[in-house]
Write a protein that binds this ligand. Structure first.
Ligand code: MGD
Ligand code: MGD
Ligand code: SF4
Ligand code: MO
Length: 710
């Protein structure tokens, strides 16, 4: 441990457990069993001693007066937030008695878990719950909130590779940040990009509005939402037509060039200009600069997948580096989620082997439909347990979720830190422990380090860690498998493949001492070009422009709690532009009623819905706004500061109009995370639960609305 300045204090290694690619390494300072400060670890090459605005006073979150400290039982109508304190014994007995009765009457399919990455720890985030509910034989909750379409597209094209080391971006000369708002959502990668920019690299941001990152760019390209596939296909057209492709790289390390070139013939810049709203000249310039300024690198944001054709767009974008041989150079290629290189044993963590044949699957985006009977379930859901997620704020078609949660015959258990929108509807609430109160390792989907988190204080009140909750539930349900008995340290010993080459010289004790460790297998950030000679982890070892017999599947590196790799419907063998479902061009009928496309990116000051109930954080972030172009505002008599109502057939929410040229006419922006109980609706009241084209991805950027004075 570091030598404490004050001998009565002690410092411990922490890892930020939030759902964020940065997974910062932190330093907890503790005095008398109290967390007195949390800072970024100066030794960590990406954290570099700084935390984001959300976490910079993380200790305060541990002691927030609204924190849930005791088990609670509902006493008033659902959603009324009337609860009484009960003991853990009562809470656990009531839950398991109820579940046993439901299983006896309706079978285990009537019970469903619902969790996500609200905690990214291996033990308290990914573990426990999945294995527990798989052992029960409960309905499987397929979770495709974030990146699952992107993962399908990435795997089809280049396989499970980290691609470019995020730290190697320092060598790049042309950096394309595609649908990612790094300044807000991936701050500790932005440092590296910004340094490269200062050394002369050109930073191009492709974003449907002028985000904070777009404002820092040398060039902001603003395609209409969901049209990135057309832009990428037209770039291919220019690259091939103008002889800018790297024929040697293509011949040796790719599959399907002839077919791709054939398709790209008609995907001209003029064709794409019509679709994207970007001029043909700019598309040509972008393609030429990208192809002739090595090393060129692309950072793919999760937001790229959030429309019906999003994943096909990702296949197109992921094909670009091989077309120009960008992978040859250190710092050249593309970066998606480096989590593919991490040595976690998801099979041990989630125990998909326990899932009985024929178990039904409900997707978490379609929760509202499942709970209201709109989805044809053979066994209706009678009980749901929610932890590490807040679907009522974050999942689409929220009004249906409310209807579902109001059902008298639904027994809802929620483990939480705060009285979230979802917890407000619970029958039983279980108080969960927070970051510094439990041992864990935190996965990262944004860098190549293992991250350790020490338990350094006791939880306040009667809060207990998630994994302990599931240990207790397993005991009462009579599940005796060894994994339900492991303590947290034993879990860590079992969840990581410590014998993999990537862990050479690293074990749990090393991490306890050092807090983090760079994965060994990935090599040196300053010399390694991972795919200079192909070596893609695909069946052929090559980058696939073309995938023979491609089938849809749900992939995700951190959610393999069931065999999601079952092939689905046929896919196009090549990348292409696939139009959105809801735009004026593709759905004029709907657009006659609801003419504006809305996007709902992340809020700078919140972490999904976390922190959006904390007064200082709301002050920093500001109230829910609706960014609208002058032209659209004028046509509706809307002025800066007016309260406006945003609506469609799915629902409505309110926000304050910000009239701005940061967004083009036809598009409105409202950032995500605001709580329904503190606002008039949320942006997810209007968003659709339809899947995107691959991996059952979200379609949050594929929604039409109208805006009117509130
Ligand atoms: N419109 C729109 N909707 C979106 C998105 C969008 O861009 N637009 N983005 C989507 C994406 S990418 C994602 S990842 C999802 C995220 O959606 P969620 O995963 O639901 O995200 P959070 O709102 O952070 O909810 C996490 C909850 O877990 C709780 N929690 C945190 N740690 C613990 C713990 O240790 N134990 C327990 N029991 N609880 C804990 C937190 O208090 C919080 O209420 O939202 C999706 N929704
Ligand atoms: N501050 C903060 N940081 C976060 C989070 C948070 O809630 N707050 N959430 C974390 C999570 S779970 C995730 S998944 C990541 C997500 O990180 P990002 O991928 O950066 O997610 P967003 O901010 O939703 O979207 C990025 C940008 O894409 C743009 N965009 C939306 N649709 C389109 C489109 O169709 N085409 C193009 N070209 N651009 C589009 C948006 O305008 C936005 O500026 O952030 C993580 N980090
Ligand atoms: S939320 Fe992200 S940027 Fe902020 S401290 Fe956690 S890992 Fe770092
Ligand atoms: Mo996410």
């Amino acid at each position: 441990m570091n030598a404490p300045a004050d001998t009565s204090t002690q410092t411990f290694h922490g890892g930020c457990p939030h759902d964020c690619p940065d997974t910062c390494s932190m330093v907890y300072t503790v005095k008398d069993n109290k967390l007195i400060s949390v800072t970024g670890n100066k030794e960590h090459p990406m954290t570099r001693g700084g935390l984001c605005v959300k976490l910079k006073d993380y200790e305060k979150r541990h002691y927030h007066p609204d924190r849930l400290l005791y088990p609670l039982k509902r006493t008033g109508p659902k959603g009324s937030k009337q609860f009484k304190r009960i003991s853990w014994q009562e809470a656990l007995d009531e839950i398991t008695d109820k579940w046993k009765a439901i299983i006896a009457a309706d079978g285990p399919h009537a019970i469903m878990p619902n969790s996500y990455l609200g905690n990214q720890g291996l033990v308290h985030g990914l573990n426990g719950g999945d294995a527990f509910f798989n052992r029960m034989g409960a309905t499987v909750c397929e979770r495709t909130f974030c990146g699952e379409g992107s993962c399908t597209a990435w795997l089809l094209t280049v396989g499970p590779t980290a691609g470019v080391d995020p730290e190697s971006f320092s060598h790049a000369k042309y950096i394309v940040i595609w649908a990612c708002n790094s300044v807000s959502t991936n701050l500790h990668h932005w440092h590296i990009i910004h340094e490269a920019q200062k050394k002369g690299a050109k930073v191009v941001v492709v974003d449907s509005y002028a985000s904070k990152t777009a404002k820092e760019a040398d060039w902001h390209i603003a395609p209409k939402p969901g049209t990135d596939g057309a832009l990428a296909m037209a770039m291919m057209h220019v690259i091939i037509n103008e002889g800018l492709a790297d024929q040697d790289y293509i011949d040796n390390y790719t599959v399907g060039y002839q077919e791709l070139a054939e398709r790209a013939k008609t995907r001209t810049p003029e064709w794409a200009a019509e679709i994207t709203g970007i001029s043909a000249d700019d598309i040509r310039k972008f393609a030429r600069e990208y192809a002739t300024t090595p090393p060129a690198v692309i950072r793919l944001g999760v937001a790229l997948e959030r429309s019906y054709g999003g994943s096909q767009a990702i296949r197109a974008v992921t094909s670009l580096p091989a077309l120009i041989g960008a992978w040859r150079h250190v710092g050249g290629g593309a970066l998606q989620f480096p989590v593919w290189e991490h040595p976690y044993k998801f099979d041990v963590i989630s125990r998909p082997d326990l899932i009985p044949e024929g178990t039904p699957v409900v997707n978490n985006l379609q929760l509202g439909r499942a709970l209201t009977g709109e989805l044809p379930l053979k066994t209706p859901i009678k009980s749901m347990m929610v932890w590490n997620t807040n679907p009522l704020t974050q999942a689409p078609e929220t009004d249906k979720i409310v209807k579902g949660l109001e059902r008298e015959d639904l027994f809802l258990v929620v483990a939480e830190h705060f009285m979230s929108d979802t917890a407000a509807y619970a029958d039983i609430i279980l108080p969960a422990a927070m970051g510094a109160e439990m041992e864990d390792m935190v996965l990262s989907w944004g860098h190549l380090y293992l991250t350790y988190n020490a338990k350094c204080i006791d939880p306040p009140g009667e809060a207990i860690p998630n994994n302990e909750i599931f240990r207790q539930l397993a005991k009462r349900m009579g599940y005796t498998d060894a994994n339900f008995q492991w303590n947290d340290s034993e879990c860590l010993e079992n969840y990581v493949d410590w014998n993999s080459p990537t862990c050479d010289g690293i074990d749990l004790n090393y991490l306890r001492q050092h807090g983090f460790a760079r994965l060994k297998a990935f090599g040196d950030k300053d010399t390694r070009a991972r795919h200079a000679k192909g070596e893609f982890p695909t069946p052929t070892g090559k980058c696939h422009f073309l995938v023979e017999g491609a089938k849809n599947f749900v992939a995700g590196p951190f959610r393999q709690m069931y065999d999601g790799f079952q092939p689905g419907e046929d896919l196009d063998s090549l990348p292409d532009y696939v139009p959105s479902r809801e735009t004026p061009a593709t759905n004029p009928e709907l657009a006659a009623k609801y003419p504006l496309n809305i996007i709902s990116p992340k809020s700078h000051g919140f972490l999904n819905s976390c922190y959006a109930n904390v007064a200082e954080k709301i002050k920093g972030q500001g109230e829910q706004f609706v960014l609208i172009n002058q032209l659209d505002a004028r046509a509706r008599n809307i002025q800066e500061g007016n309260v406006v109502r945003v609506f469609n057939d799915r629902g409505a929410f309110e926000g304050v109009a910000k009239v701005s040229e940061d967004v083009n006419a036809g598009i409105v922006v409202a950032t995500l995370g605001y709580w329904r109980q503190l606002n008039n609706g949320t942006v997810n009241c209007i968003s659709s639960a339809e899947f995107g084209d691959m991996g059952h991805s979200t379609t949050f950027s594929d929604n039409l609305v109208e805006v009117a004075l509130g």
